[in-house]
Structures are given as C-alpha cells and as structure tokens.
Design a protein around this ligand. Structure first.
Ligand SMILES: Nc1ncnc2c1ncn2[C@@H]1O[C@H](COP(=O)(O)OP(=O)(O)OP(=O)(O)O)[C@@H](O)[C@H]1O
Ligand SMILES: [Mg+2]
Length: 364
C-alpha cells in the first residue's frame, strides 16, 4: 500500500471512530490510553489531549469498577459488560454509564489491549426515577381519595361542635383556649386532606401564555416580606429572551412558591437564595425523543443541603424533616411539573446548599 493510500485509510478509520455516538477509549496492554473519541471526551470531561498517552489507571483513579474491567479484559481477553453500576465522576458531576469492555485482538490472535465503549444513561436513570415516583403517587392517590371521603365528614362535625362549644363559654373562660386549639387543629387536618386530594386527582390545566419572570418576581417580592429581620439575600438572574410559555399560572405559582419557601426554610438567619432562568435549546427528555427547546428555572440556596440518603425520599408524600411540615410540598411540585410535560430534579451537597432545577417546554 502506498503511503498516501495508507494515510487515507487512517483518516477514514479516525473519522469512523470519531463519528460513533458512544464513548470509545482504547487502552493498550501497557495501560496507556491510545485513543479517545469526542463522545468519550464529552462523557468523561477529559480532552483527547489529556487522555491519549495517559495511564488509564491514573486518569480514572476514582473509577474502581472501570479499572477492574479494563485490567481483567487485558489479562484474560474476555468481553465484560456492566449496565448497572458504573459511574464516571471526572466531570465534577456523576454520570451513570453503561459500559462494555472488549479485548483488542491483533490479526495473529494476540491480545494487545482493551476497547472500552460507554453510553451516558443519565436520561434512562431519570426516566426510571420518574416512573418510580409516578407509581408511588398512584398508590397514594387511591389511598388519599378513600381517606379523604372517610375523614372529611366527621372532621366537619368536630369543627362544628367545637364552634358551638366556643359560644357556650364566657369570653374570659380558660376553656376557650382548648376550643381554639380544636378548631385550629381540625383546620390543619382539613388543609392536609385538601392537599392530598389535589395530589390524587388529575386536573385539567388552564393553559394560557405566562410570563415566567412575572410569576417568579411576584413570589420573590412577597417572600422578601416574609424574611424581614433575617439577612437573606435574594439574587435573581433572568434571561430576558425567554418568551411567554403556555402554562397554568396558578399551578406554576404553587410550584415555585413551594420551592422558594423550602429554600427559605432551609436557611438560618442569613443566606443566599438564587433564582435563575435560561433557555436550553437542545434538551432531550429521553434519548429517543426529538430535541426541543426547554426553559430551565433553578432555585438554589446555601442552606445545610439534603443528606444523600434523603435525596431520593424528598419526592415521597409525607416525607418531611420539619416539625410543622406535611411533606406534600415537593410531591405536589413533581405532579405540577409532570402535568406540564417538564422535569424537576434536586441536587444537593450536604453542607453546600441545594439546587432545584425545573425544566419546562417552551411550547406546550
Ligand atoms: N432547599 C432545601 N434544603 C434542604 N432540605 C430541603 C429543601 N427542600 C426540601 N428539603 C427537604 O425535603 C423535605 C420535603 O419537602 P416538602 O416541601 O415536600 O415538605 P415540607 O417542606 O417538609 O412540608 P410542606 O408540605 O409544608 O411543604 C423537607 O422536609 C426537607 O427535609
Ligand atoms: Mg415544603
């Protein structure tokens, strides 16, 4: 083969590898990385220049499972797949990946390294979480509807009786304090039941063009009053190019009010509440879905954060760590976002605050 023809061949193969949508990293049996394609760069956060020539073991020092797979394939020549347990942390975020490690075999049959292919399965994981949440909500929904019917009438009776009793006592009677407690507590139960029913019943959205920044601005304005006396800074970065979106204004107000109240609750006497909005032009809800334009609204605080063990539970109805909390706030937020065909996620570093991100489609 002439030199020129060989170069053409090499260019052709390089173009093929670079065009593969999955990450491809090739490791020689010496342990050095010999090839890293653009998809691998995107998933791992390492550039081709950083990766090629580097020692795989050193570059992926944190990824024990990946390192084990590569060394086993190089040693034994067998193909190993793991679609469940592997994550890549190099980008500063944790990306779940489905990995297969193939032996790199020469024409003579000699094993000269390993080819690692991986796929980013963040979307699949998010979808699985959404399905689990929907399952939980439907169980709660059935329960709630039954419970609400059973409890609503006797509750009305108790409240009525307490109000009658209240009239029987003289204005200065100590007993009045007790009737007031009864009325207040029945109101509280009534509130919980109404929220539960809200969660259980599918509602038709009243869609209309909504100015998101006005909704957020109004909530922030009100909440500023609520934190008077505390040193809480409100920081807002709104992308002025965001057009009106088709949404249910009352529902969106509840959604953001819940998130902002949670953030304020989490912070002590001082803190920073950050609300930002931006357009994501290329977001895909799942790998098969068409790319669509979404708007991302983030509500962040620098409170104590959510412990890793609680993060999965915060969407479960009645999960609350607050003494007066019902634990229905985030379940309702989740429902509102799903009804708007959006997504909501929470990220938190214990000790470094919490960030909730809501994605809503620009066109409903
Ligand atoms: N910004 C935040 N920082 C820290 N923890 C949070 C934050 N947001 C939510 N949480 C945790 O998630 C839990 C559930 O929140 P959720 O809004 O569902 O219920 P709640 O606020 O406790 O009660 P309520 O029903 O009154 O909203 C909270 O009790 C808290 O432990
Ligand atoms: Mg709440």
């Amino acid at each position: 083969m002439t030199k020129e023809l060989q170069n053409q061949h090499e260019d052709y193969y390089a173009t093929v590898i670079d065009s593969v949508g999955d990450g491809v990293i090739v490791v020689a049996s010496s342990g050095l990385i010999t090839l890293c394609n653009p998809a691998a760069e995107e998933i791992t956060g390492f550039s081709k220049r950083q990766a090629q020539g580097a020692e795989f073991e050193k570059l992926f020092a944190l990824e024990t499972t990946l390192r084990d797979m590569v060394s086993k394939t190089i040693r034994t020549g067998i193909t190993i797949s793991d679609h469940e347990n592997v994550v890549v942390r190099s980008t500063g975020r944790i990306t779940p990946v489905a990995v297969t490690c193939y032996p790199l075999v020469e024409g003579s049959g000699k094993n000269i390294g390993a080819i690692l292919t991986f796929k980013d399965i963040t979307y699949i994981r998010e979808l699985e979480a959404a399905i689990r949440q929907a399952d939980r909500l439907s169980t709660v929904g059935t329960l709630a509807a039954g419970l609400a019917h059973e409890v609503k009438n006797p509750l009305g009776g108790i409240k009525g009786a307490a109000q009658l009793l209240e009239r029987e006592f003289e204005p200065e009677s100590e007993m009045l304090e007790y009737t007031q407690v009864m009325i207040r507590e029945t109101d509280r139960i009534d509130h919980i039941i109404r929220e539960l029913l809200e969660l259980a019943s599918p509602r038709r959205l009243k869609l209309a063009p909504i100015n998101l920044h006005k909704v957020l601005g109004d909530i922030l304005l009100l909440q500023r009053q609520a934190v008077v006396g505390r040193e809480i800074a409100f920081i807002q970065h709104f992308d002025p190019s965001i057009p009106d979106i088709m949404a249910d204004e009352e529902m969106l107000t509840r959604l953001f009010l819940n998130l902002i109240c949670n953030a304020i609750d989490a912070m002590g006497v001082d803190g920073r509440l950050t609300v930002t909005s931006r357009v994501l032009s290329d977001y895909r809800m799942s790998q098969n879905e068409r790319r669509s334009r979404m708007v991302a609204i983030e509500v962040g605080d620098d409170g104590p954060g959510i412990p890793a063990g609680d993060l999965e539970n915060i969407w479960t109805p009645f999960f609350s760590t607050k003494s007066g909390g019902t634990g229905l706030g985030l379940s309702i937020c989740h429902k509102i976002v799903s009804e708007h065909r959006g997504m909501i996620k929470a990220e938190s570093d214990s000790g470094h605050g919490t960030k909730f991100t809501v994605l809503l489609p620009l066109v409903q």
